[in-house]
Write a protein that binds this ligand. Structure first.
Ligand code: GUN
Length: 297
């Protein structure tokens, strides 16, 4: 192995600790805890696990957690009424509606009902626009977490060639915008890209967010490049009936070529909740008009 391992788990733990300290200070100053509301519609088992861990992490970070569960028969009207109440509740600084929603609910409409200043997921079109023009807003948690890992490793990213594989609204597009803001030369690659291996080979930074197990091969990686693997794919394991998690990058091969690489699990994954807590705390400070030294987070 030549690559250094980027320990997202340890970095996320550090971030959560910093958030926790600042959340305790927030309580002292504001006379209340910073509050994060999480809305879950339906019984999707993976979503239930995510929501439970978000609630636990929120409480561990010295913030108030408000969980709202609606049955999968909930109407759009009921869901929008709940969001409206949370928008107006001064104890709630951040609102997250767990996705995916049941098929009869229009995700875009639901997200657009969340107040942009409580949209800690950064999915509201206003926050997407703020990111696009470089205004302060909320940035989606996973790409912001990837950027933190990159800056921790590399410091200044200016002038580096970066390839983002995947163009989703949640990861690929905001990731490309963050890297552009850092003065990288950014290519957004996707399923229709011609000569994807050739495009990836030019990159000093590779962010893989396509959701295809081990698609990015070792011989696509420029020696010494930094590889951030956002993929979390469950594939059949070595033993019958068992599964294992793999990323979008062939880790075993790529770690022999890259300068540094995130493992799966333990790389980008733990960053998402840590950044969510960070965004919720930032929302709380903003909502109370209290100053927060952004360098602290
Ligand atoms: N479902 C899977 N990941 C996420 C996330 O980051 N935010 C929301 N709202 N739903 C998700």
């Amino acid at each position: 192995m030549t690559a250094q391992l980027i320990d997202g788990k340890a970095f996320a733990e550090g971030l959560r600790n910093r958030v926790s300290v600042l959340a305790a200070q927030f309580e002292q100053k504001a006379g209340r805890k910073a509050g994060l509301a999480v809305v879950l519609v339906g019984e999707d088992p993976a979503s239930q696990v995510y929501v439970r861990s978000k609630g636990k992490a929120t409480i561990a970070a010295h913030m108030a957690s408000f969980e709202h569960k609606l049955p999968d028969t909930a109407t759009e009207e009921e869901l929008l009424a709940l969001i409206d109440r949370l928008n107006r509740d001064p104890a709630v600084d951040g609102i997250l509606v767990q996705l995916p929603l049941p098929a009869h609910l229009d995700e875009q409409k639901v997200i657009s009902t969340i107040s942009p200043d409580k949209d800690v997921d950064g999915f509201h079109i206003i926050n997407a626009g703020r990111l696009a023009v470089g205004q302060e807003g909320f940035v989606p948690c996973t790409p912001l977490g990837c950027l933190m890992l990159l800056k921790d490793r590399l410091g200044d990213l200016a002038g580096l060639d970066a390839v983002v594989i995947g163009r989703s609204n949640i990861v690929g597009k905001p990731m490309a915008q963050l890297l552009t803001q850092e003065s990288c030369t950014v290519t957004v690659a996707h399923s229709r890209t011609k000569d994807l291996p050739g495009v990836v080979r030019r990159a000093d930074i590779v962010v893989a967010a396509v959701g295809r197990p081990e698609m990015v091969k070792a011989d696509w990686i420029k020696p010494g490049a930094i590889v951030i693997d956002v993929g979390i794919n469950r594939v059949p394991g070595a033993e019958e009936g068992k599964t294992r998690l793999v990323g979008d990058v062939d880790f075993a091969g790529a770690k022999e070529v890259a300068g540094a690489i995130t493992p799966v699990p333990g790389g980008v994954g733990p960053m998402t909740i840590a950044v969510l807590l960070r965004n919720a705390l930032v929302a709380a400070y903003r909502n109370e008009g209290l100053p927060l030294a952004m360098g602290a987070l």
